[in-house]
Design a protein around this ligand. Sequence first.
Ligand SMILES: *Cc1c(COP(=O)(O)O)cnc(C)c1O
Length: 365
Amino acid sequence: MKIEFCDLSLPKDKERKIWDKAKCLVQNRDFILGSEVIEFEEAFAKYCQCDYAKGVATGCDGLLWAMQALGIGKGDEVITVANTFIGTVLPIIRVGASPILVDCDPITQQIDPLAVADAITHKTTAILAVHLYGRLAPMDELLKIANKHGLILLEDAAQAHGAKYKGTRAGSIGKAAGFSFYPAKNLGAWGDGGAMTTSDSKLANKVDKMRNYGQEKKYYHSELGWNSRLDTIQAIVLMEKLKLLDEWNERRRIVASWYYEFLKEKDVTTYLESSENEAVHHLFVVTLKNRNKMIENLSNIGIPTGIHYPVPIHKHECFSEYSFTKGKTFPVAEKQADELLSLPMHPNLTHSEVESIITAISHFF
Ligand SMILES: *Cc1c(COP(=O)(O)O)cnc(C)c1O
């Protein structure tokens, strides 16, 4: 038995359907912003319970275009969380704004709304909430803060395709959201891809142009744009995989329920979703002392694990010259970085595989 950390395989009939559609594409050569891109955008927007989705080159670009189109830039501060993937923070810097980091909550691992409220200054223009590991950030509290101070609430939904908060899907709660279709995400392409979702028609139109050289029509450029489009071939893959997403997410939830049950008695901290959250478990992340020893032990018997993420944002070398990291400490994020352990998580994990992972963890203790 070989346990996979993440499984990108597709049912054979799905794969065949994608190849058939890809063959048609090669014949009609509609490679860039083809009809399948539009079709997927409509389906994905509907899935996310919002009015518009715009396909872009990467998840980072989804966030970048949302911020740029909203006029966020030089002199603006955007509050986000210290325990995230760097892809949350780089788009803030790319639009010329300053990221302002805050700590996460020790119980939920999500951005701490009290810390957000504390970090607001007269320069703050937006809060970028991250739905880390496929659980939604505390959106009610964040919306309240955003409304009170007249701030834009944005979502980094790169790990949360299909996740719900009080019945509402990720990507439809804030002003706009960025999704990633990196292959290993819950909805992944066969390469890079991303989307921005929103229910604001003006914002959607703006991003529609910006991702395509800012053109109004061919060779007439009304916006300062760039080339950041979702390939038609990727839209074909995503369209077929979108039809499986709810089933896959449900299977992830079942795998998570096995982990929760097994790990209850162990010296490992699990992070249960709160009742308002319907998580999609992009990753199954626990914390424990002796994390590195555990990784070594599991690896010796062929069980793969990960660390998401080993370095909190403010400790990255690339930000050492930036004032937003200078002298900052985020005790919860820092402690977690030393103790985080991601266990195998994908829709095809079986009960007996999870059992053997847990047995190995038990032996370690
Ligand atoms: C994957 C990811 C991104 C970036 O997505 P790309 O498609 O790789 O650009 C941003 N934020 C988070 C939280 C992610 O997990």
